[in-house]
Ligand binder design. Structure first.
Ligand SMILES: O=C(O)[C@H](O)[C@@H](O)[C@H](O)[C@H](O)COP(=O)(O)O
Length: 261
């Protein structure tokens, strides 16, 4: 595959509370779902784990009842390699229980990691099979490609950042951030537990049309300040998008930005 590079300027909006961030994220998702369902009859949305799992519940509000759920195709930007019924570790299982099982998205449009690899803790196998799954959907034209690069282009990715500045399972100082050829890679010694994970690579993340990074809480404030100073040692500072890369912050997460001090 040819290399891909998307380059938008980083934008941000600071909201008073975490609840406001979650509500705004739901609104943004609803708007983009409407746009892409109308334009191409599909909406390809990529989720993360962490707090986002709970924030997604805002999409269950009555004002979003017209969402065309049957046109959604749901992926994970990263996933812990844990059994698919593991309520503590599996992003899929947690999101299924709190949100996905409550909306009529066809089960076949929800792309969890391979069940056997998940059960066996086979991170490499899970990454290979997830990449194959994505390539298949690109061939079926369900996932678009970024210009002529052949790289998948998702409509929207909802991302979170850890206090160390990681996004997806791309951690500072770990080689996965440098991976450019594969779409999906894996880590077996993740600094955030559990240790085995698969993750989209940076070129795939940055080819998305819209990337929304939602960050709340004081624990992330130092990392947010570094990102907005362009400290590219933090994987999250490398986030771009084809159309828009926007950060939604609550006041606590934004508290160390120069304009908020
Ligand atoms: O599976 C995961 O662990 C996540 O996908 C991870 O990348 C997460 O998005 C960030 O660590 C932020 O997590 P919080 O929202 O919990 O701070």
């Amino acid at each position: 595959m040819a290399s891909a590079s998307a380059n938008t300027k980083r934008e941000k909006i600071v909201f008073p509370t975490e609840d406001d961030v979650a509500k705004a994220m739901a609104k943004y998702t609803f708007y983009l779902s409407k746009k892409f369902c109308k334009e191409r009859g599909y909406f390809t949305i990529v989720l993360s784990g962490g707090d986002l799992v709970l924030w997604l519940k805002k999409l269950l509000a009555p004002e979003y009842a017209e969402t065309e759920w049957s046109k959604w195709h749901v992926f994970w930007v990263d996933e812990r390699v844990a059994p698919l019924d593991d309520t503590v570790n599996s992003n899929y299982k947690q999101t299924l229980d709190s949100f996905l099982s409550k909306v009529p998205i066809p089960t076949s449009n929800i792309y969890a990691i391979d069940q056997d690899c998940a059960a066996l803790g086979d991170a490499k196998g899970a990454a290979i099979l997830y990449e194959e799954c994505i390539k298949k959907l690109v061939n079926q034209n369900i996932i678009r490609t970024y210009k002529s690069s052949g790289f998948p282009q998702f409509d929207l990715q909802l991302l979170g950042m850890g206090p160390d500045g990681h996004m997806a399972s791309l951690f500072p100082g770990h080689y996965q951030i440098k991976e450019k050829a594969n779409l999906v890679t894996y880590i077996t010694k993740s600094p955030k537990l559990p240790p085995k994970r698969i993750t989209f690579t940076l070129p795939v993340i940055n080819c998305a049309s819209y990337n929304l990074m939602a960050v709340c809480g004081e624990a992330q404030a130092n990392a947010v300040a570094k990102v907005f100073k362009d400290d590219f040692n933090l994987p999250s500072a490398r986030l771009t998008a084809d159309t828009q890369a926007i950060w939604y912050l609550d006041r606590a997460a934004a508290s160390k930005l120069p304009e908020c001090l």
